[in-house]
Design a protein around this ligand. Structure first.
Ligand code: PLP
Length: 445
């Protein structure tokens, strides 16, 4: 009997005991092809030796030194590496232990920035429905994932949500992509006017929406208009690239493809690739200088910020991405995987949309393709797909509530950047069988 409170205590999980490239091996010796990197984490697979060696070497030198007393070499080197490649204006880094902490940090930096400027009346964050920013209370408050929020609703801080940029379902037939993007970006302006622009701190969005919608990029022009509105009203733009960042979409930062730069950017999963728990908040020079030139210090901190071993692991991951030209590989394999998904599911009566960027792809399931009618949420089609994929020896990341937080099913794919061509075929093959079996099961209930 387990002593762990598992995510789903009624389910019996296999025990993972080893990793081999993009595969995880369980205690029975069964191999699972990791087509989702867990939750878009394991971008180098599960046995990448140079990263393991870098972590071991750091452990031999110095595992950890509290950042209230010392800085350390790996965190300084990792910060240098990130800022050298970061979108324009981002000049400093704050290292955390994961994505939720990174977003909490961004929210607090944003608030302190305005506090330093004497604009203490600014208190609101605007974010989007159908988003996820983490499970700590601040991050959950700005998130727009109804299922994850429901129990905690009475204790969340108030936040204001506008529409996501979700063209498959919300663009009108008569609208061009650009017109649709402009319309939904302008919801930000309307919300600012409703709240009073000088009461708002910032706008928070996932550059490419991950787990809640299933790899949905914005339409062209959307983020440019968002940036314009933020500048016009003097609020901060906070981009959450916890899932979409660090090469997942084919560029190191997902917003590189939007030709805009945020004031604060968070990343986590692909930063350490799962070899160590780590997240980061990248900070504009303007925010940094206002705080340091004002009260002098950011009123924040966790015991494990700037953890030496975590940073050494993440530095090795980031050096590998560059040394082995893995961003090119993401583009190449991403193209192959997209093509294979279109070939296999492009005309499937129950796959309504195939979308995403790089190796960050999503399939949305529908009961009826023409009307985009989702399956009855009570059927939990997404849960069947996850179960049947695991039976097949495939990890994918299905989710429900895609349409409105209640109905809708999707499958998110985010395989390691190191997958080979044969594994692209294996993903599509196994996923195809898992989806067909799941459809048969839900139809029989
Ligand atoms: C976009 C996004 N932000 C934040 C988080 C929270 O990250 P963590 O689970 O590392 O706290 C996640 C996790 O899935 C995420 O996808």
């Amino acid at each position: 009997m387990t002593r762990i409170l598992h995510r789903d205590p009624k389910q019996t999980l296999p025990t993972a005991v080893a990793g081999s490239g993009p595969y995880i091996i369980d205690a029975e010796g069964k191999r699972y092809l990791d087509a989702s990197g867990g939750a878009a984490v394991s971008c180098l697979g599960h046995s990448y030796k140079p990263v393991v060696e870098a972590i071991k070497a750091q452990l031999d030198r110095l595992p950890y030194a509290h950042t209230g007393f010392f800085t350390n070499e790996p965190s300084e080197a990792l910060a240098e590496h990130l800022i050298d490649r970061a979108p324009e204006g981002l000049e400093k880094v704050y290292f955390l232990s994961g994505g939720s902490e990174a977003n909490e940090t961004a929210l607090k930096l944003a608030r302190q920035y305005f506090h330093e400027k004497g604009e203490t009346q600014r208190r609101w964050f605007i974010s989007r429905r159908q988003s996820y920013h983490g499970n700590t209370l601040g991050a959950l408050s700005i998130g727009g994932n109804p299922g994850r929020r429901a129990v905690y609703e009475p204790i969340l801080m108030p936040a204001h949500h506008i529409a996501p940029c979700y063209a498959y379902r919300e663009r009108q037939d008569t609208e061009s992509e650009e017109a649709y993007g402009l319309r939904v970006a302008n919801e930000l302006e309307a919300m600012l006017q409703q709240l009073g622009p000088d009461t708002v701190i910032g706008f928070v969005a996932e550059t490419v929406v991950g787990a809640t919608l299933g790899a949905v990029p914005a339409v062209p022009g959307y983020f440019k208009r968002v940036r314009e509105i933020c500048d016009q009203y003097g609020i901060l733009l906070i981009l959450d690239e916890v899932m979409s960042g660090m090469g997942r979409t084919g560029t190191l930062f997902a917003c590189d493809q939007e030709s805009i730069a945020p004031d604060l950017l968070t990343c986590a999963k692909g930063l350490g690739a799962g070899y160590q728990p780590i997240g980061a908040c990248l900070i504009s020079g303007k925010i940094h200088d206002t705080i340091v030139g004002g009260s002098g210090a950011f009123q924040h901190g966790f015991t494990y910020i700037g953890h030496a071993t975590a940073c050494a692991g993440a530095l090795a991951v980031q050096q590998t991405i560059e040394r082995e030209s893995l961003l090119d590989q993401v583009g190449k394999r991403g193209g192959e995987l997209t093509a294979a998904l279109i070939e296999r599911f492009g005309k499937h009566p129950n796959i309504g949309d195939i979308r995403g960027r790089g190796l960050f792809l999503g399939l949305e399931l529908v009961e009826d393709r023409a009307s985009k009618q989702p399956f009855d949420p009570a059927l939990k089609l997404h849960a069947h797909i996850k179960h049947n994929a695991m039976q097949e020896g495939l990890m994918c990341y299905p989710g429900g509530g895609t349409v409105d937080g209640r109905a809708g099913d999707h499958v998110l794919l985010a395989p390691p950047y190191i997958i080979e061509e044969e594994q692209v075929a294996e993903i599509v093959d196994k996923l195809g069988r898992a989806i067909e079996r799941s459809l048969t099961e839900v139809r029989a209930t």
